[in-house]
Design a binder for this molecule. Structure first.
Ligand code: ZN
Length: 879
């Protein structure tokens, strides 16, 4: 806990430039697990020019200051002021050399920011504000400088010593010690600094860039994981090639390091030439990782690599601009994965993710624009809004300007800003100037929070063959912002005839109709589009490819949805129509459940599902997406007052009824894809496994479920099929499940990553008994509350994904979870805050649950010395 910090709010409008340039930073680390000594030397020169004097203000946290000198003069405590994580040297000359020496204590660092210990090696995490836990420095992204870093350590305990840039020199010292000196020629902000020291094994490959630069690619892992790096390496090489081909961007150094750690707060970190990764996003073998893991690795390896340009070469002026690098880089990694795999499937998964994680954020107590206006803990703003919605807004530039126009804008952005720390406005200006268009109004997406609703009504006049579409956009007031403006919405759409054919579109002022989809731009609150020569009453296919992140309200009949599901040319619209149909069907049964009326299955849903199951043309991965029912959280978002038990009962009912009604088809498709072929990594095989396992999840609701799952488990040669089988056994409450879990445990007990999956499978089981199981599992030797992956797997999954367990109406889930938030806050505030956000939607529940959650929030809020991170989340929720 940093006293005096909690509750202090930082505003975007208060930004001022740092008065000093720093020409060079030389760091020397004397490395030890208990104590590391850090010597820093930096050259300050006043931006105003020579002759004047100014205070030098530095950031630091938990540093034990040993010495400090300015221009060769040792400073005493009277020469500087230390308060609230700041050190101020008043009245420094315009050209000053500052030297400091501090002690830090890596092994005591449980927050995993700054230098910390993972297993037996040391590493760093500096974004956003971890560098201040290493040494005194202006720890803000707009202070960029070149670094040289010398690492000195015991040679046997720390044979590998890595930092950013190129290795300059190395040598041996007396007493079995050695040193390595690194030099990074590219100016960078402190958040991109990294070091790694320890005994790590290495997998090496290489890549030749388009202009002929030979780059050595090195992945460092613990010895036993050497055989799990192949996919990460392949993904890295693909990413490097892709960025050259699609974005004309080349790598700029001779070495690229990736280091995998089991102890990491986030997914991975893009430190210049020394990426540090959560091992979850590096290590994979078919028997230890699922298809989703493999795809995740490709995406995250790509993401961090792409940051080398969008984030590192051009960085953010301040943390309010986080989406400048994150939204853009997520867009780039989404496009990379889409080009590597099936574009349609990737889009649908990203859109599902945005709707289920970001829409609730927009509607909750932490709502904020993609470029927030204030924060008290920046760590709380690494959100789905900044990342995923930010990427959607970059995608809208792409939709509006086209690929060529977008690339022209990117080119100008790099020409203007390479080596600088800039703002979202600079990015928008580069896009506008390169294409000679005005994007001022589009810029509202950066400052407005909330999910716009677009209400669509239409009218067909059979006499004149005209069809009129009325669009009306509205963004409801959010927690952070009352007034909303109309936004620019790219509106891609088409019209379908009853037989599913796409109708030619002719606007009333156009000479002739054109076949295919159309992109219109909506800029006003209300807009009307009239089409002529429309031969029959059409079915509108709206916001194709999810052309804007909005909620579309249109009163589709089940028959219209059926036409879209069967015939639309746009994969997103087909999928979305199936989701809408299922959502309507489930929510209707929810109503029956609450009124004690018997539930029944909507025949049009059966028909639509039969169509999907009988489709022999489409990509099976796409079909499997269409068969996945909307999840309970998404359904909950569609209700004014969430009916936890009703939604669960109705969804279970619909799934079971569909499974029984269509059992023969599910069995057929399952058998077809369960063909006994040995495992392959190809996208095609993944698609087949995905369809197979979706079919199995329906069959689990029928009499054949147990035998199929048991057979799949015993014949499986890969983790995807194994996990799917065990999960089904658990969900159906089969007695075989316990044996399967026990076998899994004894096979993988020593494998930290695979054991995460074992915890997840148990935490996710619906029902109020699960809380006791989760509590017991906390005592399992493979669990550690200090390890973020374990916390996310057991506690996070229980609170965020197990609706009936977490929301048990006796409050047992809430109480358990609040205890964990409090416990975690003393160890790792960043993770504690993430966990605390499970209570964010408390006001949307029934009176009983509302009161129970409010009690727990108040209990957390009253803890003395609560971190700024948790205080901000809980404070906003209670407001
Ligand atoms: Zn990123």
């Amino acid at each position: 806990m940093k006293e005096g910090i909690a509750g202090k709010v930082i505003y975007r409008k208060d930004y001022t430039t740092y008065p000093w340039d720093i020409k060079q930073l030389d760091l020397h680390f004397d490395i030890g697990i208990e104590t590391t000594t850090v010597r820093a030397q930096m050259e300050f020169s006043l931006k105003q020019g020579p002759g004047t004097r100014q205070s030098i203000v530095l950031n630091g946290s938990d540093l034990q200051l040993l010495s400090i000198s300015l221009n060769g003069q040792e400073l005493t405590e009277e020469d500087y002021i230390v308060e609230a994580e700041k050190l101020t040297i008043p009245d420094a000359p315009s050209s000053s050399i500052l030297k400091t020496e501090v002690k830090i204590h890596p092994s005591q660092n449980s927050a995993l920011e700054g230098v910390y210990l993972s297993g037996e090696f040391l590493l760093t995490q500096c974004e956003a504000e971890g560098f201040r836990k290493i040494t005194w420095f202006p720890d803000r992204p707009d202070v960029m400088t070149t670094y040289t870093v010398t690492l000195e350590a015991d040679q046997s305990a720390f044979p590998v010593l890595l930092s950013n840039g190129n290795e300059l020199d190395r040598g041996e010292l007396a007493g079995g010690r050695h040193w390595v000196k690194w030099d990074d020629p590219f100016p960078k902000p402190s958040y991109l600094f990294a070091l790694v020291a320890g005994d790590l094994a290495l997998v090496e490959d290489h890549f030749t860039t388009r202009s002929g630069r030979e780059v050595s690619l090195r992945i460092y892992v613990e010895e036993e994981n050497l055989d799990r790096c192949e996919h990460a390496m392949e993904s890295l090489i693909n990413a490097m090639r892709w960025d050259e081909e699609r974005f004309d961007l080349e790598y700029d150094l001779n070495v690229y390091h990736i280091v995998a750690t089991n102890d990491f707060n986030m997914g991975a970190m893009e430190n210049k030439s020394l990426n540090i990764f959560n091992s979850k996003y590096v290590l994979a073998r078919p028997d230890t990782a699922t298809d989703v893991d493999f795809q995740g690795i490709e995406g995250v390896i790509g993401h961090e690599y792409f940051h080398n340009w969008t984030g590192n070469r051009v960085t953010c002026q301040d943390w309010f601009q986080l989406t400048l690098k994150e939204g853009l880089t997520v867009f780039r990694d989404e496009e990379f994965s889409a080009d590597m795999q099936s574009r349609a499937v990737k889009r649908i998964r990203d859109i599902r993710d945005l709707r289920s994680r970001q829409y609730p954020e927009d509607d909750g107590p932490m709502s904020h624009p993609i470029r927030p206006d204030h924060y008290s803990a920046i760590n709380n703003f690494y959100t789905a809004t900044v990342y995923q919605k930010g990427a959607t807004i970059i995608r809208m530039y792409h939709t509006l300007l086209g690929e060529d126009g977008f690339q022209k804008g990117m080119k100008l952005y790099f020409e203007r800003h390479d080596g600088q720390a800039v703002t979202c406005d600079d990015f928008l200006k580069a896009m506008a100037d390169a294409n000679d268009v005005n994007l001022d109004r589009f810029g509202r997406w950066y400052s407005q929070s909330g999910t716009p609703q677009v209400k669509v009504t239409d009218h067909y006049d059979a006499a004149t063959l005209t069809y009129t579409l009325n669009l009306c956009q509205h963004t409801a007031p959010t927690h952070d912002q009352q007034e909303k403006q109309a936004l620019v919405l790219p509106f891609a759409f088409g019209l379908l005839a009853d037989d599913g054919q796409e109708l030619p579109l002719q606007l009333e002022n156009e000479a002739a109709g054109k076949p295919g989809a159309r992109l219109l731009i909506m800029e006003e609150e209300q807009q009307q589009f009239t089409f002529i020569n429309i031969s029959e009453k059409p079915v509108p296919s709206l916001f194709r490819d999810f052309s804007a992140p909005v909620k579309v309200i249109y009163d589709y009949s089940q028959q219209q949805l059926a036409i879209l599901i069967a015939h639309d040319t746009d994969a997103f619209v087909r999928w979305d129509a199936a989701q809408r149909m299922a959502e309507t069907a489930i929510l209707e049964q929810r109503k029956n459940h609450s009124e004690n009326t018997p539930m029944s299955l909507d025949p049009s849903l059966v028909k639509a599902f039969r169509g999907v199951l009988s489709d022999r043309q489409a990509d099976p991965a796409l079909l499997s997406e269409a068969l996945i029912l909307p999840d309970e959280d998404y359904l909950a978002e569609q209700m004014d007052v969430v009916d936890v038990d009703g939604i669960h009962a109705a969804r279970c009912f619909v799934k079971k009824a569909l499974a029984n009604e269509l059992m023969e088809l599910f069995k057929q498709r399952y058998a077809e894809y369960n063909d006994g072929q040995p495992y392959q990594k190809s996208a095609q095989s993944m698609a087949r496994r995905s369809m197979k396992n979706v079919c199995l999840s329906y069959l689990q609701e029928t009499e054949v479920g147990e035998s199929l799952a048991s057979a799949q488990l015993s014949s499986s040669d890969n983790m995807t099929d194994t996990l799917a089988a065990i999960r089904n056994l658990i969900f159906m409450g089969s007695p075989v499940a316990e044996t399967a879990l026990a076998d899994f445990e004894s096979s993988w007990m020593d494998d930290v990553l695979v054991m995460d999956k074992w915890f997840i499978m148990q935490a996710i089981k619906p029902g109020r008994e699960t809380v006791d199981r989760v509590r017991k599992l906390m005592d399992h030797p493979a669990f550690s509350i200090q390890n973020p992956n374990k916390v996310r797997a057991l506690i996070g999954v229980f609170a965020m994904l197990n609706t009936t367990g977490f929301h048990a109406d006796d409050g047992s889930g809430y109480e358990f979870h609040a205890d964990r938030v409090i416990e975690l806050d003393g160890l790792n505030p960043q993770i504690a805050a993430r966990m605390a956000s499970a209570f964010n939607r408390w006001k949307r529940y029934d009176e009983n649950r509302k009161a129970l959650m409010q009690n727990q929030l108040q209990r957390i809020a009253s803890v003395e010395g609560l971190s700024a991170d948790v205080a901000e989340i809980v404070g906003n929720a209670l407001q």
